[in-house]
Design a protein around this ligand. Structure first.
Ligand code: AMP
Ligand code: ZN
Length: 469
C-alpha cells in the first residue's frame, strides 16, 4: 500500500509501527458553528482511509479531536450571552449528527481540548525543562523554535526564510518572544475568557499543543498516520512535530497525509464571498450520501470544486449503484443454486479482476476516483450478466462484493424507507398541534424527524408546505 507522505513529498510503502495495527490521528474541527462542506472533506476522506485499512484486516485506532477552546468559540459565546462550553457542546452534538448523515464512523476516541489540560501542562513543563520552551514576563510560555533543529521539515521551509518574512511583523501582546518564529504554548487569560490554573499564569493553551498531547495520550509517542487539511501543514502540523519530537525525543508520525481544498465554483469558499455552505444546508437538498459520493469522485490530494452540476452527477451515480444493489437483492430472492453455473465461471473471474482493480486504486495513495470507476464497472457487469436465469450463488457473489466495496467507501446500499404522503401530513398536523399548545420542543422534534426522512418543511403565510429532497 502506498501513501503520499508530505514529509518526504513522495509516495512511500506503508509499513506500520506494529504489524496489523494502524494508529491514526486526524485534526478535527473547531466547534463554534455548524461544520461546512470543506470540513467534511477530511472527515469523509480519512474515514475512507480508515475503512480501507479495516477492510484489509488492520486494527485501526483512530483518534480525532474537537477543539473546544478557541477565540472564535469565545466570541460566539459573548455574542449569544452564554458560556463557551454551551457553544462547544452544542456544535459538537450538531457535528456528530452531520457525521452520522455522511456515514463517517465515530472515532475510537474524540478527545476534547478542555478535558486534556492536565496533559498539556505536563508536556509544556517537559519542554521548559528540556530548554525547548521559556516563560515570558507576562506568563506566556513560548516554544523556542531555534532549539528544534528540524523545524520546517514538514512544510519544507527553512528558518532563515521564515525569519525574513517575519522581520516586519510585530504582534501586539507577543513582545516577550525571543524570536518571531516562536509560538505560544500557554497564554494569560483575558477578561471574561475561560481559564485554567498553571505554574506560569492563569490562562489557556495555544492551539497546537492539544494535538501533540491527545495523540500521545491515546496513541502513544509514535503514531503511523497524522492527517488533516493542507492548510494545517504550516504552522499547525509543523509546530505539532516540534512539540512532540522535542518532548518525547522520538519521531512523531511516520506518514503525514493532507487533503486538498474544497472550492466552490472554482473560488475559495468563504463567508464574505457568500459561497459558503454548511453540511446542514446541503442536507436540506440532498441525502448526505450524495455529498460523500461527490467527495470520493476526486483524489483526496487534488483540489475539488463543488458545484450543483457535480452534485447532480453524484446523485445520479449513486442512484445507479443503489438501483443495481436493489435489483440483485430481488434476484437473490427469485434465483436458486448454491454453486455457480459453468457459464458464470468467466464472469466470476471478471468480477475478481475488477475487485483487484478497486484495491489497486485504493493502494495507490487511496485513489478513490479510480476505485469508484472500478465499482461502476462491477455495477455494469452485474446489470448485464445477472438475471433470473443466473444461479443464486452468482447473484449473491455480486451483491456481496458490491456491498463490501461500498462499505469501504462508506456508501450504504440500502435505500431509506419511503414515507407515504399521508404519514407526512399526519406528522405535520401533529406538529401544528404541538405549536398551538406551545410545545415547541415536540414541534422541533417532529420537524427533525421529517428532515431525517428527507422531508423539508416551509412555514408560509398560506400554511405549512413540504417537499421531498
Ligand atoms: P478547522 O475547524 O478550520 O480547524 O478545520 C477542520 C478541518 O477542516 C481541518 O483539517 C482543515 O484543514 C479542514 N478544512 C477547512 N476548510 C477546508 C476546505 N475548504 N477544504 C478542505 N478542507 C478544509
Ligand atoms: Zn491538530
Amino acid at each position: 500500500m502506498k501513501i503520499f507522505n508530505t514529509l518526504s513529498r513522495r509516495k512511500e510503502e506503508f509499513v506500520p509501527l506494529e504489524p496489523g495495527k494502524v494508529k491514526m490521528y486526524v485534526c478535527g474541527p473547531t466547534v463554534y458553528n455548524f461544520i461546512h462542506i470543506g470540513n467534511a472533506r477530511p472527515m469523509i476522506m480519512f474515514d475512507t482511509v480508515r475503512r480501507y485499512f479495516e477492510y484489509k484486516g488492520y486494527d485501526v485506532n483512530f483518534v480525532s479531536n474537537f477543539t473546544d477552546v478557541d477565540d472564535k468559540i469565545i466570541k460566539k459565546a459573548i455574542e449569544e450571552g452564554v458560556d463557551a462550553d454551551t457553544i462547544s457542546k452544542r456544535y459538537i452534538a450538531e457535528c456528530k449528527k452531520d457525521m452520522e448523515g455522511m456515514n463517517v464512523k465515530p472515532a475510537t476516541k474524540h478527545p476534547l481540548a478542555t478535558e486534556e489540560i492536565g496533559g498539556m501542562l505536563e508536556m509544556i513543563q517537559t519542554l521548559i525543562d528540556k530548554g525547548h520552551a521559556y516563560v515570558a514576563a507576562d506568563g506566556t510560555v513560548y516554544f523556542r523554535v531555534k532549539s528544534f533543529k528540524e523545524y520546517g521539515k514538514l512544510s519544507h521551509k527553512n528558518l532563515d526564510d521564515l525569519q525574513s518574512g517575519f522581520r516586519e511583523i510585530k504582534v501586539t501582546g507577543e513582545e516577550g518572544k525571543e524570536d518571531p518564529n516562536d509560538f505560544v504554548l500557554w497564554k494569560p487569560k483575558k477578561e471574561g475568557e475561560p481559564y485554567w490554573e498553571s505554574p506560569w499564569c492563569q490562562g489557556r493553551p495555544g492551539w497546537h499543543i492539544e494535538c501533540s498531547v491527545m495523540s500521545k495520550r491515546y496513541l502513544g509517542d509514535q503514531i503511523d498516520i497524522h492527517a488533516g487539511g493542507e492548510d494545517l501543514i504550516f504552522p499547525h502540523h509543523e509546530n505539532e512535530i516540534a512539540q512532540s519530537e522535542a518532548a518525547n525525543e522520538k519521531p512523531f508520525a511516520t506518514y503525514w497525509m493532507h487533503n486538498g481544498f474544497l472550492n466552490i465554483d472554482n473560488k475559495k469558499m468563504s463567508k464574505s464571498l457568500g459561497n459558503f455552505f454548511t453540511v446542514r444546508e446541503i442536507s436540506e437538498k440532498y441525502d448526505l450520501q450524495v455529498l460523500r459520493f461527490f467527495m470520493l469522485s476526486a483524489h483526496y490530494r487534488s483540489p475539488l470544486n463543488f458545484s450543483a452540476d457535480l452534485m447532480e452527477a453524484s446523485k445520479n451515480g449513486l442512484e445507479r449503484i443503489l438501483t443495481a444493489a436493489e435489483r440483485l437483492r430481488e434476484l437473490a430472492g427469485k434465483t436458486a443454486g448454491e454453486t455457480l453455473l459453468e457459464s458464470e465461471k468467466e464472469q466470476e473471474a471478471a468480477l475478481k479482476a475488477l475487485v483487484e482493480k478497486f484495491e489497486a486504486a485504493m493502494e495507490d495513495d487511496f485513489n478513490t476516483a479510480d476505485a469508484v470507476s472500478a465499482l461502476f464497472e462491477i455495477i455494469k457487469l452485474a446489470n448485464t450478466t445477472a438475471s433470473e436465469a443466473s444461479s443464486k450463488a452468482y447473484v449473491s457473489l455480486l451483491l456481496d462484493e458490491i456491498q463490501k466495496l461500498c462499505d469501504v467507501l462508506g456508501i450504504i446500499t440500502e435505500r431509506k424507507a419511503e414515507i407515504l404522503d399521508e404519514e407526512i401530513e399526519k406528522m405535520i398536523a401533529d406538529r401544528q398541534q404541538a405549536r398551538k399548545s406551545k410545545n415547541f420542543a415536540l414541534a422541533d422534534e417532529i420537524r427533525g424527524k421529517l428532515l431525517d426522512m428527507g422531508i423539508v418543511l416551509e412555514d408560509t403565510r398560506e400554511g405549512v408546505k413540504w417537499k421531498r429532497v
